[in-house]
Design a binder for this molecule. Structure first.
Ligand code: ADP
Ligand code: MG
Length: 348
């Protein structure tokens, strides 16, 4: 990883301490299964759980969560539900990202041979600015019936994410970076983002660089996704296109998402769903969170453990084809997990 995120602080006596934020909906059960697989795999990771969820509006709990991530440096996270209709209730997911300075979100989607989808051989990395843009949380009613919402784009944050994306592309053998924007309409804000990305591209002549307007990019992604390699995105477009990219490669249950800042790293599912309506029914697809667990192990440098679990996941979905209902299958969550455990035990 190009991220300078420290992992030394999470290590005590050969074991690592990682913060777990189970969140709402399916988060707790999915993180529970990650722990189970780690246990069977003999993975030297212990978890410090903080139950930050929508059941308690506790400011202290948010502080506790932030302190725990700062102490351990690394976290795995379920989504925390945000009440839509309460303007005073800010998203604690957004708050966490801001407070921890997690400026980069990376979602890598790849076609899975065992999962039937319209397109094959998709391999796209979406690198998203994770802390500004439309997520400034600066909204107000100026006069009754008129709402203003600030989209904030800065040179500093645009340079930061552009640098991060080009470095990532270079260090991971990628060929092309595509900046996604709407600079033809948002001339100043997206214009700044595009111009900083274009400027940064000049420092990476070994990488091809181009740009595309968000609306066209959406259409191209569903029609001909194989033309894309690395997408470099501002915050809201990034949110939407990561979901689209997950959608064309198997849905919300497959890809993981990584959040990096200068000091901390937080691992979660790519689409960041709460999955409230499917919680507790033994039907949620556990793979996306399991992949987040694999990401976490790579991040900690526990490469052997990461590979064993990654192979077990691959065997389960692509060879044994144990699929939960979201993939059109009949398997339960626990059947999928048990199969992963069985594969992991062969190598533990
Ligand atoms: P949000 O958290 O944004 O409200 P939802 O929880 O409504 O999103 O998730 C969007 C859709 O994806 C829902 O239909 C949900 O059931 C489905 N979904 C999300 N995560 C999973 C998963 N791990 N396995 C199966 N379906 C999932
Ligand atoms: Mg929902």
């Amino acid at each position: 990883h190009v991220s300078g995120t420290r992992t030394d602080k999470s290590k005590y006596g050969g074991r690592y301490m990682v913060t777990a934020l189970p969140g709402d909906g399916i988060g707790p059960e999915l993180i529970g299964y990650v722990k189970e697989v780690f246990r069977y795999g003999g993975v030297p990771v212990d978890f410090e759980e903080v139950h930050l969820d929508s059941s308690r509006d506790d400011v202290d709990l948010l502080e506790q969560a932030i302190t725990a991530v700062k102490r351990n440096g690394v976290a795995i996270k379920g989504n925390i539900e945000t009440r839509h209709n309460d303007p005073n209730c800010k998203s604690r997911n957004v708050e966490l990202r801001l407070r921890l300075g997690l400026f980069a979100n990376i979602v890598h989607v790849t076609s899975q041979p065992g999962i039937e989808t319209r397109h094959q051989d998709i391999d796209i990395v979406l690198i998203r600015q994770n802390t500004e843009g439309e997520y400034s949380s600066e909204e107000h009613t100026s006069i009754k019936g008129v709402v203003e919402s600030l989209k904030v784009i800065t040179k500093t944050r645009s340079d930061e994410i552009a640098r991060y994306a080009f470095e990532w592309a270079k260090n991971n053998g990628r060929k092309k970076v595509t900046c996604v924007h709407k600079a033809n309409i948002m001339k100043l804000s997206d214009g700044l983002f595009l111009s900083r990305c274009t400027e940064m591209a000049k420092e990476y002549p070994e990488l091809e660089f181009d740009n595309i307007i968000i609306d066209n990019c959406s259409m191209q992604l569903v029609a001909n996704p194989n033309q894309f390699d690395v997408l470099l995105l501002p915050n809201l477009y990034g949110n939407i296109l990561t979901n689209l990219a997950c959608g064309i490669t198997g849905g919300p249950g497959i890809a993981s998402g990584r959040n990096y800042g200068k000091d901390y790293a937080v691992f979660e599912t790519g689409t960041r769903n709460t999955g409230k309506s499917i919680a507790g029914k033994n039907i949620a697809n556990p793979i996306a969170m399991m992949n987040a667990g694999v990401d976490l192990l790579y991040h900690l440098g526990l490469t052997d453990h990461a590979q064993v679990i990654a192979r077990a996941i691959d065997k389960t979905i692509n060879v044994d084809k144990l699929h939960t209902p979201d993939l059109g299958g009949q398997a339960t969550t626990t059947e999928v997990v048990q199969n992963i455990v069985k594969e992991v035990q062969k190598h533990a």
